[in-house]
Design a protein around this ligand. Structure first.
Ligand code: HEC
Length: 158
């Protein structure tokens, strides 16, 4: 059931050829409740393969997916209209955090910043109390999208 839904969702949101890779990746994806956090890091890829930075950039700017710019500024994405300042600028973020830390932050920010953070956990079922009923049991991003976002963040070096 879940796998079927995940395929449907990723088909809708990434029309650009990700379909086939999503199908291939699903068998190996770590389930959100099974992600292993060790000292505020997630060492292993959630999909067993590397992310795609270009795809990750699309997820970061997409208002219905990452929507990261609602809270973060990214100078490299200046052409996007609105950048919020609720969170720190992501410029140079790859110099401040290792990939395994970035994966932990994007997967479930609460594991790194604590339960009070306003940043959503993008691959967590523990998203808070005010979740729309139809979203219960779903993650905001797929495992592949998390890996793609992490790959994109890795490009943000000073
Ligand atoms: C609702 C606001 C919000 C959204 C949306 C959001 N974040 Fe955050 N983020 C924060 C806040 C606030 C912090 C600082 C930690 C804290 O105070 O909780 C943070 C911290 C971070 C950090 C650590 C930055 C540093 O330099 O220390 C990274 C990396 C990050 N966010 C990535 C992302 C990505 C990638 C997305 C989109 C997939 C995203 N965030 C979406 C609010 C947000």
């Amino acid at each position: 059931m879940r796998a079927g839904k995940t395929i449907a969702v990723s088909a809708m949101i990434s029309l650009s050829g990700a379909l086939m890779s999503a199908g291939a990746a699903l068998a190996e994806d770590v389930k959100p409740e099974a992600v292993k956090f060790t000292d505020m890091t997630v060492a292993d890829s959630l999909t067993g393969k590397p992310g795609d930075a270009a795809a990750g950039q699309k997820v970061v700017v997409d208002r219905k997916l990452g929507n990261c710019l609602a809270c973060h500024e990214v100078s490299a994405l200046k052409k996007e209209l609105f950048h919020g300042n609720v969170g720190p600028s992501l410029d140079g973020v790859a110099d401040r955090w290792k990939p395994a830390e970035l994966r932990a932050i994007v997967t479930d920010s609460k594991q790194v910043f604590g339960p009070e953070t306003v940043m959503p956990g993008f691959y967590s079922l523990n998203v808070g109390v005010n979740v729309r009923k139809d979203l219960v049991g779903k993650t905001i991003l797929t495992a592949q999208q998390v890996e793609d976002v992490v790959a994109y963040l890795e490009t943000l070096k000073e």
